[in-house]
Design a protein around this ligand. Structure first.
Ligand SMILES: NC(=O)c1ccc[n+]([C@@H]2O[C@H](COP(=O)([O-])OP(=O)(O)OC[C@H]3O[C@@H](n4cnc5c(N)ncnc54)[C@H](O)[C@@H]3O)[C@@H](O)[C@H]2O)c1
Length: 321
């Protein structure tokens, strides 16, 4: 009996050792695979810095742009139409929106205007359903509308903060809830969200705005991971945009010590960069491009150094109404 027991115990021990060895071998193989993949993907990334992915065509696509009445949204709508897309313009300001639609029609493009308050969930649902019935399913969703009250944190009334989050953040959820199921059913679609450099770092006088743009980044990051783990949707693309200052009047009092290093971009150029990046299926677009890397590098440095760099660059926004 004892011999039998001893034999069984040593067999179990042996099995346990083999199991552990197998698990370590598996981890080792995965690690080698990770190292080889990382090196290969680094090479591909370097190659892509000089030989970009070909731009996809948007001709015949239906593009929906929120906040199409002014600034970046207006330019996006006009330039998309010039590339042959049919554009659905949504804005809370009917006059501005109509002007964008007229500008597109004046160039023989296809555009429709919908008055929509993107911060209002019921209104978004109603307007998006109307668009589906009257025009059809969209291919490109530009979540662009945004506001930016600019003052010290304690001067923001609570209603203003709630409204800011409704316009800058919740609106993305409401449009996505309407269109993502359509994209998933069809297997294709592209969502482009406007965050900001303020979504990568903090800026004084913009505390709620910074929080809202960090939230947009978080939303897109989460969605990216969820779609990545579901291999049914390789052709649903996401793009998150991080502009610095674009000359639209949103940031009325930008202050910068080195304007040539951190230049103000025109809305025309910003839209051009966004559309080009979107057509290359880039996940992240920063305007100007170097800003993203600069912020990323500075963010890993000790806090005191981050402050010193920030003080040196003096890139801030002064309080304005
Ligand atoms: N301009 C910049 O310097 C800058 C920098 C970084 C990020 N961004 C982001 O880019 C986006 C566009 O900014 P912009 O400078 O073109 O702004 P803008 O003020 O020029 O235009 C915004 C448009 O959104 C519309 N809008 C506002 N609230 C709305 C609502 N509730 N429903 C529907 N439409 C609404 C406005 O009527 C306007 O037509 C925003 O999300 C903004 O946060 C801008």
């Amino acid at each position: 009996y004892h011999v039998l027991l001893n034999n069984s115990l040593s067999s179990i021990k042996m099995l346990a050792i083999l199991m552990i060895a197998y698990q370590w071998a598996l981890i080792f193989c995965d690690l080698i695979h990770l190292i080889v993949m990382t090196n290969w993907l680094m090479l591909v990334s370097f190659y892509r810095m000089y030989f970009s992915v070909e731009m996809k065509s948007v001709a015949g696509n239906i593009a929906l742009v929120t906040g199409a009445g002014h600034g970046i949204g207006k330019e996006l709508a006009i330039q998309l139409s010039r590339l042959g897309a049919k554009v659905v313009c949504c804005d809370i300001n009917k006059d501005w929106n109509d002007r964008t639609v007229d500008a597109i029609k004046g160039e023989a493009g296809h555009a429709w205007g919908y008055h929509c308050d993107v911060s209002n969930r019921d209104n978004v649902k109603e307007v998006m359903q109307m668009i589906r019935q009257e025009i059809g399913d969209i291919d490109l969703l530009f979540n662009n509308a945004g506001i930016m009250p600019c003052k010290p944190f304690l001067k923001h009334p609570p209603r203003e903060i709630e409204n800011l989050f409704a316009v800058n953040v919740l609106s993305h959820f409401w449009t996505l809830q309407e269109w993502l199921p359509v994209f998933m059913e069809r297997g294709t679609g592209h969502v482009i969200a406007l965050s900001s450099v303020a979504g990568l770092m903090g800026t004084s006088n913009l505390v709620p705005y910074c929080a809202s743009k960090h939230a947009v980044r978080g939303l897109m990051e989460g969605l990216k991971e969820e779609l990545r783990y579901d291999d049914r949707f390789p052709d649903i693309k996401l793009t998150c945009v991080y502009p610095f200052v674009v000359d639209t009047g949103l940031a009325r009092k930008p202050r910068m010590r080195f304007p040539s290093f951190t230049p103000i971009t025109s809305p025309e150029r910003a839209a051009e960069i966004i559309i080009e990046g979107m057509r290359r299926n880039q996940y992240m677009i920063s305007i100007p491009t170097k800003d993203f890397y600069l912020v990323k590098i500075v963010n890993i440095l000790p806090l005191a150094i981050q402050h010193a760099v920030s003080d040196f660059l003096e890139a801030e926004v002064d309080e304005h109404e």
